[in-house]
Design a protein around this ligand. Sequence first.
Ligand SMILES: Cc1cc2nc3c(=O)[nH]c(=O)nc-3n(C[C@H](O)[C@H](O)[C@H](O)COP(=O)(O)OP(=O)(O)OC[C@H]3O[C@@H](n4cnc5c(N)ncnc54)[C@H](O)[C@@H]3O)c2cc1C
Length: 403
Amino acid sequence: MTAGFDAIIVGGGPAGATAARSLARGGARALVLDRAAFPRNKPCGGGLTWRTLKRFPDVEAALPRISTHAIRRIYMEAPGGASVSIETEEPAVVLVRRIEFDHLLLTMAREAGAEVAEGADVTRVSEHAAGVRLEARDGRVFEAPVVVAADGVYSTVARRLGFNPGWPRDHVAIDMMEETPLSRLRAVEDGTLWVSFAPGSGHGYGYIFPKRDYVNVGVGYVVSSFKTSIREAPYALHAAFVAGLTARGLLKGEADRSCFTPYQVPVGGPLRTTARRRVYLAGDAGGFVNGFSAEGIYFAMVTGDLAARAILDGPSPRLYERLWRREIGAEMRDARFLSRYAFADLSRVSRLVRGVRACPPLARLLADYASGTDTYEGVRRRFALKFPRIAAKLAIRYFTHRS
Ligand SMILES: Cc1cc2nc3c(=O)[nH]c(=O)nc-3n(C[C@H](O)[C@H](O)[C@H](O)COP(=O)(O)OP(=O)(O)OC[C@H]3O[C@@H](n4cnc5c(N)ncnc54)[C@H](O)[C@@H]3O)c2cc1C
């Protein structure tokens, strides 16, 4: 049995590595358990919004250690073909490969003093009076007074301890993506982040993320919509999407099955309970993803950091929930509402895209939000002042349709 740690973090992705780094810096003895051996891949577009780097300046300072590609142009396309391009002065997004980025974050956690046990696949979890007991598949047993569950969308800890009985089908999306070397597939416009809402039928999205040496191309659907409106198998759907983009002259090359991995992302907002005295859920394990954009890395890192803070100052689950609600609660709520509102009627997505194109102040707000020039709260306030009638209408819809 391994004891003697103040906190154990299950999962060494952005949430877990950030929690471990913050705990170690705060003087706690922290141990990360991950079933993988790093560097390991995680299917992901690897789009870091600029605000992520503003929130974590030490990570920004460390980025030259890996390959990155800064993006200043975002192209959005709606069903029916309406489209808009938004240019930003600061890079709006920095594209990274998760195999490199996650390894960097975990290395930074180690450098701060955290320990890491790789190949530790946690299969059994139990809470008792003095702490939490974790059993790995290979028979190792770990115990600590406090655990951070940062083990991703399929979190074993959240399931075993009753936080999450399983995502409802409309709270999780399946994203079918490949990350392929530029020698086999490339974006024709390699400085543009290309996003399409509803590329086919159903509540879907598609994207091209051009990285420095790779390109990520993917298509995703809310699982409830995927089950009812899509007939093709995941790879066939993805390959047809890539072929369509190639025919339009947006990509050069072909889909590559060996680089393809479908994976899920929670899009229904945070779980009802995200912490108890001895257990703190961070990142995908707690449902911390923007349900409209599917951005999750920022929220994983923020909740990992806040979980560490609540543990160091307590441990206090109430403090954790207060901290994350204050920093990201409004965005979590609004994103969930916006995605349900927009995708309930696809013509609303077209109106939104046309609205952004016709209205430079709205495009400015989006650009400031994406690039981190203004916070989400700041942009929200400016939106309400600039467009009071639309804001009031959305507020009424929100209060009548929230569940
Ligand atoms: C295809 C796709 C594209 C995406 N694109 C973007 C994007 O461009 N930008 C963005 O911001 N977000 C994106 N997201 C969302 C983003 O990938 C996630 O929100 C983010 O990875 C969450 O980080 P995390 O640390 O919570 O979990 P993860 O990154 O999933 O890390 C969880 C870790 O836990 C480990 N683990 C799991 N189970 C166990 C266990 N039982 N025992 C031990 N270890 C375990 C895993 O090995 C893994 O290392 C995308 C998601 C998908 C699926």
